[in-house]
Design a protein around this ligand. Structure first.
Ligand SMILES: [Zn+2]
Ligand SMILES: [Zn+2]
Length: 337
C-alpha cells in the first residue's frame, strides 16, 4: 500500500475519533497521516523489517493499523468506527497527488503577518513546490486581536511584500492577496468596504459567539452572504469536531442565498475543523452552492490537509466543476472580481 493510500485511511480514522471526542488519539492519527504524505516512507519495506514503529508519531496502536493496511489492504479498526457512526462501509479513495487530480491552488492560508508560522514567500514557495498554480494569502482581520490581525495599513504593507514574492515566483504562479475577515455578531464585517474592495479575495468567517440563538445567527450569516465584497464563507459553522458543535442556523436559507449571490462555501480541510461537514456540504450542493476546498494552513506542512480531506467532497458527492480550486488562476480571479 502506498503512503498516500495509508494516509487516507488514517485521516478517516482521525475524523471518526474526533466525532467520538477522542481528541488526543485523533490528533495522533492526523499527524501520522500528514507525515506519510510528506515523507512518503516505504511502508512495505518497513513492515517486512518490523520497523513501522520507527516512523515519527507511530506507537503500538497506529503501527497495528498500518500493519493491517500494508498486509491486507484493509482496516478492521476503521470498519468498526464506521459501523459505530452508522456509516456504510466504503473504500477510501486513493490519494493521488492533488494536482494530478486537477486541483490548482489553495485559497486560504495564514502567514506570520497574523497567526501563521511562515513568511509569505515561504508559504508561496511551498505551494509552488506542491505543483500549485496559485495561493490565496488570507490572514486575519483586526478583531481577533490575539493573533495580530491586519487593518488597512498593514494590508497595504503586506501587499508590497506579496508583490516582491510574486516577482520571485514568476509568471507561472499567482499570489492572491486576501483576508479572512470576521463576521461580527451583528452580521457586519470587521473591515470597511474600501479596504475589502482593494483585495483579490475576501473570505468571511464566523469565529466568535457561535452559540447565538439560531434565528439571530441566521440573520448574521445572511448579512455576510449578501455582502457585495464577500467571495467565500470560511468554515461556515465554526465547528471543532469533538470539542465544539459549531453554529446552528437556517442552513437552507443561508446556503440558498449564498448560491444565488455567487458566494462560495468553504470546506475547510484542517482536521480540527472539517467544516463544512460532508453532510452539510451535500445539503448545500442540493441548493446549488459552489465550494472552495482549502487547507487553512498556518504553516508550510499544513497544505497537505487538503489531500487528507478530499474524501469529504467525494462523500458529499460534489463534482469538481463545483469547486473553485479546479479553475486556473485567471478563472479564480474572474470568479472573485
Ligand atoms: Zn478562521
Ligand atoms: Zn483561517
Amino acid at each position: 500500500m502506498s503512503p498516500d493510500e495509508a494516509a487516507a485511511y488514517l485521516a478517516e480514522i482521525a475524523y471518526h475519533l474526533r466525532g467520538k471526542e477522542d481528541q488526543h488519539r485523533a490528533r495522533a492519527f492526523s499527524k501520522v497521516a500528514a507525515s506519510l504524505l510528506r515523507d512518503r516512507p516505504d511502508l512495505e519495506a518497513l513492515n517486512r523489517a518490523g520497523k513501522l514503529e520507527s516512523l515519527p508519531g507511530v506507537g503500538a496502536g497506529i503501527a497495528k493499523v498500518l500493519r493491517e493496511l500494508v498486509s491486507e489492504n484493509h482496516s478492521a479498526y476503521l470498519e468498526r468506527l464506521r459501523e459505530e457512526s452508522g456509516e456504510p462501509a466504503a473504500v477510501p479513495a486513493q490519494l493521488t497527488p492533488l494536482v494530478e487530480q486537477g486541483y490548482q491552488g489553495d485559497l486560504h492560508c495564514h502567514t506570520d503577518w497574523s497567526d501563521g508560522g511562515a513568511t509569505v514567500l515561504e508559504m508561496a514557495l511551498a505551494a509552488q513546490a506542491r505543483g500549485y498554480r496559485y495561493l490565496g494569502i488570507t490572514d486575519h482581520s483586526p478583531r481577533i486581536t490575539v493573533v495580530n490581525g491586519l487593518g488597512p495599513d498593514r494590508l497595504a504593507a503586506q501587499r508590497r511584500v506579496i508583490d516582491e514574492a510574486q516577482q520571485r515566483l514568476g509568471d507561472g504562479f499567482t499570489i492572491f492577496q486576501g483576508i479572512e475577515v470576521d463576521i461580527l455578531p451583528d452580521g457586519t464585517l470587521d473591515l470597511d468596504d474600501d479596504t475589502l474592495a482593494g483585495l483579490d479575495l475576501v473570505i468571511a468567517s464566523p469565529h466568535l459567539q457561535l452559540r447565538m440563538e439560531p434565528s439571530q445567527m441566521t440573520e448574521r450569516m445572511l448579512q455576510a452572504v449578501e455582502h457585495p465584497h464577500v467571495d467565500v464563507i470560511g468554515h461556515p459553522t465554526g465547528r471543532r469536531p469533538g470539542s465544539r458543535a459549531g453554529a446552528t442556523y437556517d442552513f437552507d436559507k443561508v446556503f440558498a442565498t449564498a448560491a444565488s449571490n455567487g458566494v462560495l462555501l468553504e470546506m475547510d480541510c484542517d482536521p480540527a475543523r472539517m467544516d463544512l461537514s460532508p453532510e452539510l456540504a451535500r445539503q448545500a450542493l442540493a441548493l446549488g452552492c459552489r465550494f472552495a476546498l482549502d487547507s487553512d494552513a498556518h504553516y508550510v506542512d499544513q497544505f497537505v490537509y487538503v489531500d487528507l480531506a478530499l474524501w469529504m467532497t467525494r462523500k458529499a458527492g460534489i463534482p469538481t466543476e463545483h469547486i473553485v480550486n479546479w479553475l486556473p488562476a485567471a478563472g479564480v480571479r474572474k470568479e472573485f472580481e
